[in-house]
Design a protein around this ligand. Structure first.
Ligand code: CP
Length: 310
């Protein structure tokens, strides 16, 4: 794998291999070759706590050499393009770039090169607009696998701001491919008929007692228009589409609740339930480090980077 920008092309075997490798790292396994001469950079043009820090933790655990990049202090502010920014990194000797950007498929011009273009840097997508969030999706798969040991036959509900959520896009696609039955819920204006390819839309109260995984999605205020924001009521959303204590009590005994974070407390998720027994919010963040190690390693192997075998 030269780049890791989407889950589109992953098959079940590859997903399971990534899960096994992430579990190896979680159990204290070490990378198999010396990566201290491999330079990487994290370029986050949109806000992030989990993904940015988690990738940096993963890189350090792998022994990579991590460079800092602050978009606000960079020449992007003088009008330099993303391509030219990456060309600069390449020229300096950077081999891998983890990028988050507000533009869907920002990565296409960085990986589909013309005959005269020389950019040679592995791109790992840390989230593109409302497009894809492959590392979140795969850490979610690890978290589900840890609980159930399988995907086929599981009932998974994705609830909330589906249209704007890159987590939802990646997860609906991969869960469907892995044989899970996907349901959608939340406000109908955040549901798109295009999602029918992957699952069916139901009311939350119909789903709560029957799903194995209840995946709550963050309300993405930053992607909404002014009118949408003016009419939004936190209390009303929580009562209609949020995980209330009443709904939590109706979940199956072994069901789990997931949320990619950051959480709008008492909106998607009752604040008192964020760390409840069935919540996997913290486990998802912990798993993120190990899955990102596995993803980085896959690109490192695809590009034949790294020093001698340890
Ligand atoms: N889940 C997620 O992408 O969180 P951050 O925006 O904090 O990285």
């Amino acid at each position: 794998m030269q780049h890791f920008v989407t889950v589109d092309n992953l098959d079940e075997k590859q997903v399971l291999a990534l899960i096994k490798r992430a579990q190896y790292f979680k159990q204290g396994g070490r990378p198999t070759c010396d990566l201290s001469e491999v330079y990487c950079v994290n370029m986050f043009f949109e806000n992030s706590t989990r993904t940015h820090t988690s990738f940096e933790m993963a890189e350090r655990k792998l022994g990579l050499n991590v460079l800092q990049f602050d978009p606000k202090q960079s020449s992007v502010n003088k009008g330099e393009t993303l391509y030219d920014t990456l060309l600069t990194m390449d020229a300096l000797g950077v081999k891998l770039a983890v990028i988050r950007h507000s533009q869907n498929e920002y990565y296409a011009p960085l990986i589909e090169l013309g005959a005269e273009q020389t950019l040679d840097i592995g791109i790992i997508n840390g989230g593109d607009g409302s497009g894809q969030h492959p590392s979140q999706c795969l850490l979610d798969m690890l978290t589900i696998y840890e609980q159930f040991g399988k995907f086929a036959g599981l009932k998974v509900a994705l609830v909330g701001d589906l249209t704007n959520s890159r987590v939802a896009k990646s997860n609906m696609e991969l869960l469907h491919k892995l044989g899970a039955t996907v349901y959608f819920s939340g406000p109908s204006y955040w549901y798109d008929e295009a999602f029918e390819e992957y699952g069916t839309y139901r009311s939350l109260d119909e789903l709560v007692a029957k799903v194995d995984v209840l995946m709550l999605l963050r309300v993405q205020h930053e992607r909404h228009g002014a009118t949408e924001e003016q009419t939004f009521s936190k209390e009303s959303y929580h009562q209609k589409y949020g995980l209330t204590t009443k709904r939590y009590a109706k979940l199956k005994d072994d069901a789990i609740v997931m949320h990619p974070g950051p959480i709008n407390r008492d909106v998607e998720f009752a604040s008192s339930l964020v760390e409840a027994k069935k919540s996997r919010f913290k486990a998802q963040m912990q798993n993120g480090v190990f899955m990102r190690m596995a993803m980085l390693e896959k690109v490192i192997a695809g590009r034949e980077l790294g020093g001698k075998t340890k």
